[in-house]
Ligand binder design. Sequence first.
Ligand code: HEM
Length: 295
Amino acid sequence: METETQTERTQPSRASQDLSEAIKEATKEVHTQAENTEFMRNFQKGQVTREGFKLVMASLYHIYTALEEEIERIRDSPAFAPVYFPEELHRRAALEQDMAFWYGPRWRLAIPCSPATSCYVQRLHEVGHAEPELLVAHAYTRYLGDLSGGQVLKKIAQKALGLPGSGEGLAFFTFPGVPNATTFKQLYRARMNSLEMTPEVRRRVLDEAKAAFLLNIQLFEELQGLLTPESQNQSPPQTPGLHHRASGREQDPSPAGAPRGKAPLPSHSPAPLLPWVLTLLTFLVATVAVRLYAL
Ligand code: HEM
């Protein structure tokens, strides 16, 4: 759907409060929680490493693939059509570019899918199939977030990772179809407010939005758990799950053509292996499960 006008007015809502206000209020607390996860706090301080960034970007690739697959399925439904903005918002193609940048041409074989990512993906498919009227909660949580704090994170990542000003590796954060994020968010909120829903569905949408934030929080906590030992080493990170997994199929998946930081640690560190082996196995199982699902 094209952006017909960026000055659309908010439709009267059947409920006492507009959905856009209600959802913002309902997710205020979890938004603060998300901002304050260690991963996000570090990110905001510019403490973001290539390995952490690659991991989160790979997760986002899986998440948006699932989200947009489900959105396409229900694009014509009155429960979603008003907030269907593929040209302006959809991120899958941008994330594919980023995956090629960060993981190289054979990125489809190289990217990990962590357990928390699989959990998020699974929930998106469940909602898409069983409760499509709740998908707006997931679209809101991701797209409006990307158009808000996401823009700050882009600048931080660019600086911290020494990325080119051209935006390579950061296509995810760039919305060529949205020249003015503030105006677009107003339009999006107006469209949300135009969705007709029963009070019961509305309550479930608000609950699902909170659940969506919690899925993001779980993801950040998981990624932080994977990265923390590396940070404690004060070394440029290599996530064992990622590299070990890729080692049989791919060369070092450092960003294709991207400038490198310090020399990486060897992939197979003699450090305590058991937790990493378990993590690796979980990654592998989750990745295979997602691919099987995608088939
Ligand atoms: C470092 C982390 C984050 C920062 C600094 C941040 C910052 C912000 C800011 C400043 C706004 C308000 C923008 C405005 O009023 O125009 C905002 C809105 C929003 N953020 Fe975040 N955010 C962060 C993380 C997240 C995460 C992890 C999510 C969910 C995945 C998220 C989802 C949202 C949503 C949905 C909105 C729109 C709220 C509304 O207007 O209804 N944010 N964020």
